[in-house]
Design a protein around this ligand. Structure first.
Ligand SMILES: NC(=O)c1ccc[n+]([C@@H]2O[C@H](COP(=O)([O-])OP(=O)(O)OC[C@H]3O[C@@H](n4cnc5c(N)ncnc54)[C@H](OP(=O)(O)O)[C@@H]3O)[C@@H](O)[C@H]2O)c1
Length: 286
């Protein structure tokens, strides 16, 4: 598994352990090895994704690849192309790509890069599966903290845009299912929760916290200014602005049915996820 030390990788490592799947984790830094092993990786190797000449030897012992590219990486297509070549040389049985829901939206450049990667994979000759998650519920964490501390949170697109956010724990459990059963070879899996807006999210926060919480829209320029001041690269700021503009006009919606069929149960909704967060905060405060 590439990107194993990121939030996606850590969640999937834990899910693979519950299914007894042995995982060789690629991490960026030596200090991430211990955490990967503690989450169930049988081995962890430091691999720099900008050094493709190391890929073939780093794949020794792997019979499948689960590829998680670093989020919004400008070289995503080059990394994937080199990794696919290395996987083919190593004769891996299956290449599973952690993609994104609706990669075909060209107006969002980071989606379009995933679309090109999917295209490369489909023409690689390798056995593949495509995992296409919607935006994670876990992205709401900073909003939850703001809501708790000051009673509101701000976003640079319509508070009424419907978004089918998905719980990363559900995504990880679905990935474990896809990797466990060889019948998922050549499958494509868009993974979404139920569509709700950030106004709905504010209402849920409000009902869990027992006081009014407001979701406020701010101009995208104001958001960009603070993102640049916080150190985001110009490329990432541009990608995010494109995403906010798309969300503003169209929302980002999908059906939860594929995920529910993989899980064999309903998806975790925003209300359940927020209640769990509140319980976790309460335990931490004890
Ligand atoms: N966030 C969402 O809502 C969402 C939804 C759907 C799909 N996705 C996709 O999920 C994927 C993973 O997102 P994420 O937020 O979990 O990833 P992430 O944390 O940005 O990156 C994963 C890992 O890659 C490592 N990394 C960065 N540059 C590297 C390099 N040159 N060589 C080796 N490792 C490197 C990072 O190292 P450090 O720990 O040192 O930074 C991190 O541990 C992305 O492709 C994203 O598009 C995300």
């Amino acid at each position: 598994m590439t990107g194993a030390a990121g939030k996606t990788g850590r969640a999937i490592l834990s899910a693979l352990r519950t299914r007894g799947l042995a995982c060789l984790a690629w991490v960026r830094r030596p200090e991430q090895i211990e955490d990967a092993l503690s989450r169930g990786a049988v081995e962890a190797r430091v691999v720099d994704l900008s050094q493709p000449e190391t890929f073939v030897s780093a794949l020794v012992g792997a019979d499948s690849v689960y590829h998680i590219c670093p989020n919004m990486h400008p070289d995503e297509v080059v990394i994937a192309s080199e990794l696919l070549a290395a996987a083919a040389r190593q004769g891996v049985e299956r290449f599973v790509l952690h993609s994104v829901m609706h990669p075909q939206i060209e107006a969002m450049p980071h989606h379009w890069r995933k679309m090109r990667v999917e295209e490369l994979l489909l023409s690689s000759g390798l056995t593949f599966s495509l995992i296409q998650p919607s935006a994670y519920l876990q992205n709401l964490l900073p909003y939850w903290r703001l809501a708790r501390n000051r009673g509101n949170f701000e976003l640079p697109f319509s508070v009424d845009a419907p978004i089918s956010m998905v719980d990363l724990g559900d995504v990880a459990a679905a990935v474990a299912e896809v990797l466990t059963d060889p019948e998922h070879a050549f499958g494509t899996y868009p993974l979404a929760g139920r569509a709700q807006s950030h106004r709905d999210v504010a209402e849920i926060f409000s009902s869990v916290l027992g006081r009014p919480i407001e979701a406020r829209r701010i101009p995208v320029d104001r958001w960009a200014e603070s993102a640049r001041a916080a150190g985001l690269t110009p490329g990432r700021v541009d990608d995010l602005i494109s995403m906010f503009n798309h969300y503003d006009r169209h929302g980002f919606v999908g059906s939860p049915k594929v995920l529910e069929s993989l899980l064999g149960r309903p998806v975790v909704g925003i209300d359940t996820w927020v209640r769990r967060l509140a319980q976790r905060d309460a335990r931490a405060a004890e």
